[in-house]
Design a protein around this ligand. Structure first.
Ligand code: HEC
Length: 223
């Protein structure tokens, strides 16, 4: 008489084994700090970058773009260093994506100047005739709503004070509205005159795009 002929005992024992297995492989690691690494070189998003990230999600950019460079030779050659878990410590929710209608964006920060993005977002087809990326010119016609910026950053645990957030917003606004901003020409082309002295949704989205992979690139450069 083996255990298989005692259905009730067998069921109870299997349930116990599965429970122990689940606890050991799921719940214990879930609370171990080593499974949630935070790289010292990765900085949280600034308030403006966080607003840009929210616009990225609202517009569904992640339906066409992934943010994970896989450790495959072809991908590393095309996009750069492959993605590591600790890079995503501040990504809530993560935007790894699963469809690559467009290129991966995990290393796109710094690849092009801001002016490139203003021109591209205004009309991808103006740059690449066959691109199926929709134009987002209207984002430059929307003033950025920063009413919830502080709340968002504190909920996400970035550790900014209210004045840090105001300073980050003020600083980015000063950068893009400055007469000497290198991408002024392209920005003025999409931004209506009454918003040229303000932050628009497109400005925030570009700040976010330029942040993607930037800390990792700086880390590599220091090596
Ligand atoms: C329908 C699919 C689709 C959507 C939605 C989409 N894109 Fe794209 N995207 C593409 C394709 C295809 C390309 C490659 C051709 C081109 O550059 O236009 C691309 C290229 C890009 C590039 C240049 C990448 C590089 O390395 O050259 C950036 C940056 C970008 N998209 C950002 C965005 C952002 C931001 C959004 C949301 C506001 C967005 N995309 C929405 C399909 C899409």
């Amino acid at each position: 008489m083996g255990i298989t002929s005692k259905p009730v005992v067998f069921a109870v024992l299997s349930a116990a084994v599965i429970l122990i297995g689940t606890t050991a492989t799921v719940f214990i690691p879930l609370f171990m700090p080593s499974t949630q690494p935070i790289s010292a070189s990765i900085k949280p998003y600034t308030a403006v970058e966080q607003e840009g990230r929210d616009i990225y999600m609202r517009e569904g950019c992640n339906n066409c773009h992934t943010q994970t460079v896989r450790p495959l030779r072809t991908e590393v050659l095309r996009y750069g260093e492959y993605s590591k878990p600790e890079e995503f410590a501040y990504d809530r929710p993560f935007l790894w994506g699963s469809r690559r209608t467009g290129p991966d964006l995990n290393r796109v920060g710094g690849k092009y100047p801001d002016s490139w993005h203003y021109t591209h977002l205004m009309s991808p087809q103006g740059m690449f005739e066959k691109s199926n990326m929709p134009p987002y010119a209207w984002l430059a016609k929307n003033k950025l709503d920063t009413g919830y910026s502080y709340k968002k950053c504190s909920v996400l645990g970035y550790g900014y004070s209210k004045s840090d957030v105001e300073q980050q917003i003020g600083q980015y606004k000063a950068t893009v509205t400055d007469g000497a901003y290198p991408s002024k020409g392209s920005r003025d082309k999409v931004t209506p005159p009454e918003l040229r002295k303000e932050l628009t949704e497109m400005d925030a989205l570009i700040a976010y795009i330029q942040k993607l992979g930037r800390d990792v690139k700086n880390m590599e450069a220091k090596k």
